[in-house]
Design a protein. Structure first.
Length: 158
């Protein structure tokens, strides 16, 4: 009988400990479903933009629009649980200003594949020697055919 008493007490102790443990707190507000979000514009609005269409969440932040060099760069984070992220975003992305200029991305500097990818999407900062930001008040980044027909991200500039 003693050989059953010690294991029984051990099991009872484990059960009581598990039952009395404090449960992890869960958020009370579920995260909103995001199709596309945009924060209110400041003189230059550097806020991150998100798009959650389809099975991929895009998070895009301009890096150097206040002080462009030879290129305009955007940090992009892609997250999914069901799609391989092997695409070359440079072939699917354009940057347009409200002055009518449109440029194609020149480089998607990121690892290929997986379900969580971070990288830089790079565009030329000038066309025919003229800055694409001259006279512009709005930039629009458009990405086509990445698990959604079109994803559009906008920023106000001075």
């Amino acid at each position: 009988m003693k050989r059953f008493l010690i294991p029984s007490l051990l099991i009872l102790t484990l059960i009581l400990a598990a039952c009395s443990a404090t449960p992890a707190s869960l958020p009370t507000d579920p995260a909103p479903d995001s199709v596309s979000s945009s924060d209110s514009a400041a003189p230059f609005d550097s806020a991150m933009r998100t798009d959650g269409q389809g099975a991929i969440i895009f998070e895009i932040t301009p890096i150097n629009i206040n002080a462009p060099t030879e290129s305009l760069e955007f940090e992009i984070i892609l997250t999914t649980h069901s799609i391989d992220l092997s695409m070359d975003l440079a072939t699917q992305a354009t940057l347009t200003t409200d002055t009518g200029l449109t440029v194609q991305a020149t480089l998607w500097d990121a690892p290929r594949g997986g379900h969580h990818v971070e990288g830089k999407l790079i565009f030329p900062a000038s066309v025919d020697g003229k800055s694409i930001l001259d006279g512009a008040t709005k930039l629009t980044l458009t990405i086509l055919n990445v698990d959604a027909p079109s994803r559009v991200f906008e920023w106000e500039v001075q």
